[in-house]
Structures are given as structure tokens and as C-alpha cells.
Design a protein around this ligand. Structure first.
Ligand SMILES: Cc1ncc(COP(=O)(O)O)c(C=O)c1O
Length: 361
């Protein structure tokens, strides 16, 4: 079965918008896009060309990202953060009122938002709270067989906010079982923080696999809004039908290319080493604290703690300028706080606030 058979028939039938920059290269006497004849800014290359629409998928950036993630360039789509990838996938594969999105809460909240925005049913297979929020693999497979409307399965590895990774053997089984029925998305936003291989190695075998990567976390560039969808070319082509004509702004393209140069790569490796060291320091700071019931360290750049006093602790920390993440409206995460691994100074600040908090008891 082709991937088109899983997509919305109206998207498959739709003729894609052809932007001026797609139809003709951005060189020569350019009178085809109603642009101004010159830029009002001087300086860098992109400033001098700001009057021109950017390349929708700059080949140089696509090639660099393909090299970084070890896939052919035809398997790469660059997006405005992985948030955009999640949105595109939901719009392409889910018919409003007919198809469903499956997710495994507690997990990243944008899968729900994308499903609800699209009018798709949201099917939840909750993680096992009693088992450190592990994925309930069997329940997921059972749900898929019971609910034929599921077209998209969102998995996150490492998961946010529980930090656990998906087992490769399980992923393969899931991909096998969903081959003609659903697209499995493995969101690897935090993959660089752990040593596990990327699911992208399975792309040659599975047409229904999508891997999401981002420069927001381990590349320290959340402000850039640059995400990457990795998938087989037929699936990428479907996403291309609904993506905005120019998803990446010129300064974003220039900065993303800069990010991927060798000297920045070295700094990125150093950042990853530091985050690993700081994570151990953070865990030491948290150990044995008043009211702390458990700590889930996970494999990403954050830890999840359970405490009897979540609301009071969050408010106390915030009053001292240390902002942690609570989940007041999520019943699965009641009593939990997520703490990002910050700099050594950030961890010292947190330690001081926690000392103060304990003295008040
Ligand atoms: C699992 C997960 N996926 C995706 C994102 C969003 O990434 P981006 O900044 O690339 O949109 C986040 C952000 O927190 C996340 O936790």
C-alpha cells in the first residue's frame, strides 16, 4: 500500500501551490514575485537580499541537515520548528470528524493541540504511572487494533516530561503492525541528550515512519524556530502540499547554516558534555529534599520530580525568581514538577532556594 492511501484523499488530489521561488531560481532579472527591486538594509548577504522571498527549502541547508542526521536529502523537510511538522502531519493524515491521532500522555502537549485544531479524534493510551510512566506498549497495540480510525501515532523518544526512550524492538513491531494502517511519528526533540540510535535508521524499511528533529534543544537554538521532518520522499511530498510557501525566513536560513559549521558543532558537543555533568549536579541537589517523593531522571535535559507540595514549592521558587514547570491542569501529572538542566549557576540558584524552603518547614 502506498503512503497516499493513508493520507486525506482531498490532500492527495489537491494541486500544490507553486510559488514564484519554486517555479524559477532566485537569480537573473527577477520580475516574477512582486518583490521590491532592492533591500533597505545593507550588511550581511541575507540583509542585502531581504527584498527577495527566501528559497522554500534551501538545498544547502537541506544537504547539511541530511548529513547531520545520516539520511538522503530527499528524506528531509525543514520546518518552522518541529511544532510545524506536527501540525503538517496532522493536517495531511487526519480528516476532520473521521480520523484519529493516538498519543501516550503524559507527553508533549502539541500533539493534542494539533489533533483538536484539525478536528481529529484524540485517542490516549496513558503511560503506566505506577511504573515510572513507562509506555504501555501492549495497550497501544490493542488500542490500534480496536480503533481503526487512528491514522497518526505520536511517540516521543526521549519523552517529554518523563524522559524515557522507546525500545527499538518494540518500535519495529509497531511499525510492522501499522504498515498499511497508520503513520508512526517518533519525535526525537531530545535525542542528542542520550546515546540511543535514532529511529531514522529504520526509514529504508518503513514507509509509514516519520522522525522529527529540532535545533531547539541540543543545538541551543529554540529562538531560531528550525525543525526537521525525516521521512521517505513520498511522505515528504505530501507535507510539501500543505506547508506554507516560505516556511523559513531568510535570517533563519542564514543562522541555521551558521549553526551547522564545524566550530559550532564543537561547541555543541561541549554543551552536551556540560549538560550531562550538570544533570548529575541537579540530581544531587534534589536528593533527600523535603516533600520529594520520587525523582525520574530520564534521558533528556530535564528531570521529573513528584512531591506532596508541588503547588507551594512552585510558588515559592517563582517568588525567588526560579521558574520550574508545573502541570496544574493535567490530572496525570498532579504533584509533578519538571526541572530543566540549566547552567551550574542556575543549579546553585535552585539549591539556595531549596535550602531556604527547607528552613521554613
Ligand atoms: C517532544 C517535543 N517535541 C517538539 C517540541 C517543539 O520543538 P520546536 O521548538 O522544534 O517546535 C518540544 C518542545 O518542547 C518537545 O518537547
Amino acid at each position: 500500500m502506498s503512503i497516499e492511501a493513508l493520507a486525506r484523499p482531498d490532500v492527495v488530489a489537491m494541486k500544490a501551490y507553486s510559488s514564484a521561488r519554486k517555479e524559477a531560481p532566485g537569480e537573473g532579472v527577477l520580475l516574477n514575485a512582486n518583490e521590491a527591486p532592492w533591500s533597505l538594509l545593507r550588511g550581511s548577504d541575507w540583509e542585502a537580499r531581504l527584498n527577495r522571498y527566501p528559497d522554500p527549502q534551501p538545498q544547502k541547508l537541506v544537504d547539511r541537515l541530511a548529513g547531520l542526521y545520516g539520511v538522503p536529502a530527499e528524506q528531509v523537510l525543514v520546518t518552522r520548528g518541529s511544532d510545524e511538522g506536527i501540525d503538517l502531519l496532522t493536517r495531511v493524515f487526519c480528516r476532520a470528524g473521521q480520523d484519529a491521532v493516538l498519543h501516550c500522555p503524559p507527553t508533549f502537549g502539541m500533539y493534542r493541540i494539533a489533533a483538536q485544531t484539525q478536528g481529529a479524534e484524540l485517542v490516549a493510551v496513558p503511560r503506566k504511572a505506577e511504573d515510572g510512566f513507562r509506555l504501555d506498549g501492549q495497550a497501544l497495540l490493542d488500542t490500534l487494533w480496536a480503533n481503526r480510525r487512528v491514522r497518526l501515532v505520536f511517540l516521543t523518544s526521549p519523552n517529554n516530561p518523563t524522559g524515557d526512550v522507546i525500545e527499538p524492538a518494540y518500535l519495529e513491531e509497531l511499525l510492522e503492525q501499522t504498515r498499511d494502517r497508520a503513520v508512526v511519528v517518533v519525535d526525537e526533540a531530545y535525542a542528542e541528550f542520550c546515546a540511543h540510535p535514532s529511529a531514522s535508521a529504520l526509514l529504508p524499511r518503513f514507509e509509514n515512519l516519520v522522525v522529527l528533529r529540532t535545533l531547539s534543544k541540543a543545538w541551543a537554538a529554540a529562538g531560531l524556530r528550525c525543525g526537521v521532518v525525516l521521512a521517505r520522499p513520498a511522505l515528504i511530498a505530501l507535507l510539501q502540499r500543505v506547508i506554507a510557501p516560505y516556511p523559513l525566513a531568510s535570517p533563519v536560513i542564514a543562522l541555521a547554516l551558521r549553526m551547522l559549521e564545524d566550530d559550532v558543532l564543537e561547541r555543541q558537543q561541549e554543551l552536551l558534555r556540560q549538560v550531562a555533568v550538570n544533570k548529575l549536579a541537579l540530581l544531587r541537589v534534589l536528593e533527600g529534599r523535603r516533600g520529594l517523593v520520587s525523582i525520574i531522571p530520564g534521558e533528556a535535559n530535564f528531570v521529573l520530580v513528584r512531591t506532596d507540595l508541588a503547588d507551594a514549592l512552585l510558588a515559592f521558587c517563582a517568588s525567588r525568581g526560579v521558574i520550574l514547570r508545573g502541570f496544574p491542569s493535567d490530572p496525570l501529572l498532579r504533584g509533578h514538577i519538571r526541572i530543566t538542566v540549566g547552567s551550574a549557576d542556575d543549579i546553585d540558584s535552585l539549591a539556595r532556594v531549596l535550602d531556604e524552603w527547607e528552613k521554613l518547614a
